[in-house]
Every structure is written in C-alpha cells, then in structure tokens.
Design a protein around this ligand. Sequence first.
Ligand SMILES: Cc1ncc(COP(=O)(O)O)c(C=O)c1O
Length: 488
Amino acid sequence: MDDDINLESVYASFVSLQKDIPFLEEFKGFYFSEQENIGSDISSFNKPSYATRKDHSADKLKISAFFDEGALSETVTKEVFSPEVVRRDFPILNQKVNGRQLIWFDNAATTQKPQAVIDEIARFYANDNSNIHRAAHTLAERSTDAYEGARNKVREFIHASSADEIIFVRGTTEGINLITQTYGRKYIRQGDEIIVSTLDHHANIVPWQQLAKEKDAKLLAIPVDGKGDVIMEEYERLLSPRTKVVSIGHVNNTFGTVSPVKTMIDRAKQYNARVVIDGAQSVAHTKVDVQSLGCDFFVFSGHKIYAPNGIGVVYGKKELLDILPPWQGGGNMIKDVTLEETQFNAAPARFEAGTPNVADAVGLGVALDYVRKVGLENIEKYEHELTEYARSRLSEISGLHIIGHPKERISVISFILDGIPTVKAGQLLNKEGIAVRAGHHCAQPSLRRFGLEATIRPSFSFYNTKAEVDSLVAAILTVQANYKDFYI
Ligand SMILES: Cc1ncc(COP(=O)(O)O)c(C=O)c1O
C-alpha cells in the first residue's frame, strides 16, 4: 500500500462511520496487509489476530475499544442461542483427557475462559501494561482507563448506582474478609448477632466466626430443611433487634439452592440489619440488580463468571463505604501521608491498597461483555433446561441418590452412589474424561445437615450440552458396573 496514506486515520474514520454496520468484505484488504492473512472467512475478520490488535492498539484507545467488541467473536453475536456454537469460544473445551473428549462439569468450582478474555489479557500485557493512577505517561493513562473502564462495566452488570461502589478484590473470600474487617470491626459489639445460613460456603462462615470470637458476638445459622431450602420461619425467629448483620449466599454451591434473598433482605431491613449477599454462585447464572435487591454488600469472584482468577468484586452502598475504615494500608489508598498521620482516599481507592490486579480486572470487564452478549436470559433459560434434564437422567440410575431437592435450583446437582466412595467415583469419572467435583465443596455444614461428608457434584454452564449429560450417565453406569474390577 502507498506509504503516503495515513492508514491509521483512514481506519479510525472508517471505524467511527462503521458503528453498528457489519464490516464489508471489500474493506478487508484495505487496512489489513496480506501478511495478516485474514483469509476469506468473515468471522476471522471480526476477530482480528492478536498480532493485528497489538500493531494497531498503540495510542488508539477508540480502535482498541472497537477490537474489544469485535473480539467477542461472531458466535456470541448470534441471535439464536446455541451451546454448540458458543462453546467454540472456549478453546480449553476442545481437548481429550485420558483419551476421551473433556467434559467440564466443574463450573461451580471455576468456569472456563472464552478466547476474548484470553486475548484481552495478552493484548493488555503486550500493549498497555503499567501501574495505574500514579504516572503522567501514556501507558499509565491507558492502563488506568482500562481498569476504571472495567469497574464501570461491573457497575452496569450488577446495576450499582455508581462506579465508586465497586471495589476490586481477589475474589469472594477476600471480599467477605474485607467486610468483616471493615464494617465488622467497626460496628459489631459484644452481644450483637450475625446471621448466616447452614447452606453457606466456608468463605461466608469462617470470617464471621472469627469476627464473632474477637468481638464476643454471636454467630447464628439459619437451619435447612430436608429438601435443602433455608427454613424461613426459623430465619424469622432468629431475627431480632440484636441482629446487626445477615450474610447469606444467593445460590448454594452444593445443591444449587436459590435462596429467597429479596424477601430475606426485606425482613432483615425491618431490624435495620446490614445485609451481605455472597453472589459467587449466582452472578454467572441469573440477573443481579443490587439496587432492587436492596442489599448493603454484594460479593462475587471473577473466575466463576468466565473471567480470570485473582479478581473479584465487593459492591457496597456508597453511603456505607464512605463511613468505613480501610482494612489494608499502603499506596493508592491514601490522600496524604506524614510520618505521624495518614489521610485516606475516598472509596473505592481506600479499599484497594497497593498495585491492583489491573490485567485481570480488564479481563473481567471483557468476560462481562461476553456474558452480556450471550444474554443472561438465554443463559438462565438454557441452564435451567439442562440442569432439569440432568436431574431427570441421573434420577433414573439405580443406586444413585440425589441430595437436595430445593424449590428453586441453579446449575448444580449433588449425588452419592451406593457402595462407591465419593472421591473414588470422581477419579473414575475422570478416567472417562469427565471433570466433576467430589468432596465437601467447602460447605461442610450444609452436607452434614444430610449426614454426609462428601458428594459428587456436576455443575453446568451454558457451554455444556445434553449429549455431555448423556455421557455422564453412561460413565456412571460404567463406573457402577466396573467398580469391583477396578478395586479387587
Ligand atoms: C457460594 C460460594 N461462596 C464463596 C466462594 C469462594 O469463592 P472464591 O474461592 O473465589 O473466593 C465459593 C467458591 O466456590 C462459593 O461457591
């Protein structure tokens, strides 16, 4: 191409004109040189190579923003949801384990990452990486914009009223510890009561237990019925003017129970209690609107919603964050430091001491874009159908007992097999290429409610299929048939 033409500005104008209009085939050769070897497939054009994005991202935030959209791939922009199509965006699924096609049914532990997220992290490190907020140079500006842009995407995703209500942390566990160490340390006093649920993950039990011990406060747990639902009458009975905090899981990670959190929040508010919702198992599967829920805090982990490990979110109501003390001290969280005293920044910086995990926050932003494009309505509907299918197929197997039959369930089923130790069953399913969790799922009180120490737990995502459920059923039958041969 002619060197005199300023290709970047031509391309930038094209991009600005292009808004919402599909790329035209004839523009391909216009901007991208032959060496990019884009080929005739329009889908690879919509999803430019990493090298292309690297070349053209410097000093072109607008272009890079376009690429972020473009990188979401053709599959997620399809109108009709299809797990077969969407799963192509997850390269890890395309592999064999022990000679069998991998079936990833361990989504409640962690979800796999779409190519868009993987690419964005590589692009960020190759182009924009810098420490943020503290320098006047271009890369610091880009990194800061990307990080704050991600914060705003989280705000939109959970419908917080301001990006200042979004604190980046490592994950749900760190988020709940942040709340116990800030709100809890400041406001919980001797004799106060904190309510959790028997269904909760250890991450929502241990930090409150530690705080209660430190403050000589009381930790109360809402009992669970034989189906795996919280007993609402018992919850009502536990609430009192002594209740200072209700901290509960939205969706349980062992039986998939969806707790009626809206009603529970409303009831807690009648006692002026603060409410924390552990959204680790809900945010990837159902629409969350923190304002209509009316909770004070909502916490989730990025890795359970197709984002990288090591990044998570605490949403906190602004008026509450403004009166909470910081929990960790260091750089970024300060306004002014003398050797005698420190003035702290406002939220959210006050709660983000030190260099944050910028790249993974940016990855989280792209993961949320991805989920938005697939559509939470599609996800919820399809995953419900798939989970019901799995429940009904599994319940046909004799010697298999499903644990927990909650009124409302999301994407998780727990079961045990007669005569086969749970962990062994998990290992044998792995021989068939099927990844399920087998153990206590970091929710021992919920399992012990049913007299159990462990279950086998398949958990589903929108990229799983009914055919994979059929393979699980076949593999369980094989495990049952061959168990003795394996261990004699
Ligand atoms: C309901 C629930 N809460 C909290 C957690 C802890 O999440 P993380 O390990 O990402 O901090 C999990 C993880 O499995 C969970 O399922």
